[in-house]
Design a protein around this ligand. Structure first.
Ligand code: MF3
Ligand code: CO
Length: 251
């Protein structure tokens, strides 16, 4: 069942989204060679506390941290750790913020120092694919239109779309219906309705879309060891189009 949200609920999720977007804006200044993802984790944890928000991922299905920190070939669910980030790395920080009971979810990939041209292009294509997906999130379209647009664009640029992790409805729980794949066929899947709130969060790889799972049971990395990037927003559907609840320009 897809739970539709009222205008008031969407407003509350937008407040959570603003807190989250402001975290990402601060991370974009903080992330440099030598910084550790453990320091990022501690910063996020204490900043959320300071503004009266909580990290929803901590304790979710046994996950232990406020953030996921996925470096280079890690697709998602990397653990924060104490090794310093190095020039040329890319790192994706993903988190879910709970602010007064409302949730928002957003991941962002960051370059660490000077990165290769290919890595830079991966970040640009992945970021653009998110907005191409968001454009399709219109009342009357179907969920499959989103994934189809993302996949067509990403593959046209010579990269691949991860299949094993998808976007999702979100509200008072992190994961609700609908499922939002970043690949697939136009005209398929549930019809998009006013009041839906879901994430779009394409993970894009340079090489194969296939993944392998680390022994920790959480961290997925590319099967071929090449780079992976991800950008994620939480969006709300209105009759006038999608609203980005985690927009960094509004934080
Ligand atoms: N933020 C993730 C998502 O985009 C959920 C993370 S799962 C967790 O769906 F266990 F790491 F919290
Ligand atoms: Co997320």
């Amino acid at each position: 069942m897809i739970i539709l949200k009222s205008e008031r609920e969407i407003e509350q999720m937008k407040e959570a989204g603003k807190v989250l977007a402001s975290v990402h804006k601060q991370l974009s200044k903080m992330i440099k060679p030598g910084v550790t993802t453990w320091e990022i984790e501690e910063f996020v944890d204490s900043y959320l506390k300071k503004v009266g928000a909580t990290p929803e991922q901590k304790g979710y299905k046994g996950y232990k941290y406020a953030t996921c920190a996925s470096i280079n070939d890690e697709i998602c669910h990397g653990f924060p750790r104490k090794d310093p980030l190095k020039t040329g790395d890319i790192v994706t920080i993903d988190m879910v913020v709970n602010y007064q009971g409302a949730l928002a979810d957003s991941a962002w990939s960051y370059p660490v120092g000077q990165i290769s041209d290919t890595a830079q292009r991966l970040l640009e294509v992945t970021n653009k694919s998110l907005y191409i997906g968001i454009e399709q999130a219109q009342v009357g379209n179907r969920i499959g239109d989103i994934g189809h647009a993302i996949q067509t664009y990403v593959e046209g640029e010579g990269f691949s779309v991860v299949r094993d992790f998808i976007g999702h409805g979100i509200g008072v729980a992190i994961h609700e219906k609908p499922e939002v794949p970043h690949y697939g066929l136009p005209g398929k899947g549930p019809r998009i309705k006013e009041g839906m709130v879901f994430t779009i969060e394409p993970m894009v790889n340079i090489g194969t879309y296939r993944m392998k799972m680390d022994n920790n049971g959480w961290t997925a990395r590319t099967e071929d060891g090449q780079l992976s990037a991800q950008y994620e927003h939480t969006i709300a559907i209105t009759k006038n189009g999608p609203i980005i609840l985690t927009d960094q320009d509004e934080a």
